[in-house]
Design a protein around this ligand. Structure first.
Ligand code: SAM
Length: 281
């Protein structure tokens, strides 16, 4: 079966790169994440993953292809799981949720209210394709607008995740969004994957990213502490370099050796692989 997709912008189309990576991961004999729902969604839509050459390449081993997206999703899931265990009355916000079914992977208690926010076109598709537990709320909005936050409770601790979002937000919009969020809630955590200026330059110029490069608006940042200066009350708790993730042991030899060498230097790790940042506010 396949369903008709609306005409997506490059930023919206990017959701298929992450969804596709998780789908391919789930087909591995020993997946990093094992999100079979991602693969079911790809099959239902009939989406052709060869729109993204890196998902289809014969040059890279499959584990190498999916590593960054699958392992960072696993890290975000674990951060959310720990937060809602500590704060069972929390709200979770997944910013730029795409077609990610994180709530099904995390399985929070029913006392947690979970908000998946993305553009209305994407949210319309989420409603058709993803399970809708009673405590899950889909919010169709441009995150750079101010109105959507009004419907979200102000008196509960918040776990905010931005998985694969930052590169599509201009720096001013990104910083304003974070200041609105930290002012809205009594406290909480923010987890995001960061992009260096080098990564942004490479993405914008690589053939692999051609389908989505037009949506990239963020210049990137080389200093995980920079956001502490720009966003009131934000304190960096963790910088997780994927070159140092235990899952590196499950990579094929070439990538494993390259990761282990890069892992010696935080600077090189930030350039070479994904970085997950966790802040408190
Ligand atoms: C790379 S995808 C990641 C999707 C999802 N987090 C995942 O891991 O599969 C980026 C997502 O951010 C969304 N996005 C980008 N800019 C946005 C904005 N200004 N407002 C709402 N969503 C946005 C896109 O529509 C897209 O779904």
């Amino acid at each position: 079966m396949s369903i008709a997709l609306p005409e997506f912008t490059p930023a919206q189309e990017s959701l298929f790169l992450t969804l596709g990576s998780r789908a391919l991961d789930s087909r591995l004999p020993r997946p990093f994440l094992g999100d079979t729902m991602a693969d079911d969604i790809i099959a239902t839509i009939g989406y052709r993953l060869d729109k993204f050459p890196q998902l289809n390449t014969k040059l890279l081993d499959r584990r190498t292809t999916v590593f960054d997206v699958a392992v960072r999703a696993k890290i975000f899931d674990e951060m959310v799981r720990r937060f809602v265990l500590r704060e069972p009355d929390a709200v979770v916000l997944d910013l730029g949720a795409g077609l990610d079914g994180r709530i099904s992977r995390v399985n929070p208690p029913p006392s947690v209210d979970w908000y998946d926010i993305d553009f209305p076109e994407v949210v319309a598709l989420r409603r058709k394709l993803l399970p809708q537990p009673a405590n899950a709320h889909n919010v169709g909005a441009d995150l750079t607008d101010t109105d959507w936050l009004h419907d979200i409770p102000t008196d509960r601790p918040a776990m905010i995740v931005a998985d694969g979002l930052v590169l599509f937000l201009a720096q001013d919009d990104f910083v304003s969004l974070l200041n609105r969020l930290t002012a809205h809630f009594p406290g909480g955590e923010l987890a995001l994957n960061a992009y260096t200026t080098y990564a942004m330059w490479t993405f914008k110029h690589s053939r692999a990213m051609r389908a989505i490069a037009g949506g990239m608006a963020n210049p990137g940042s080389n200093d995980p502490r920079q956001l502490e200066q720009w966003v009131d009350g934000l304190t960096l708790l963790d910088e997780i370099l994927l070159t140092r993730a235990p899952e590196v042991a499950e990579l094929p030899l070439t990538r494993r050796v390259a990761s282990r060498l890069a892992a010696r230097s935080a600077k090189l790790s930030r350039i070479m692989a994904t970085v997950v940042l966790r802040y408190r506010f």
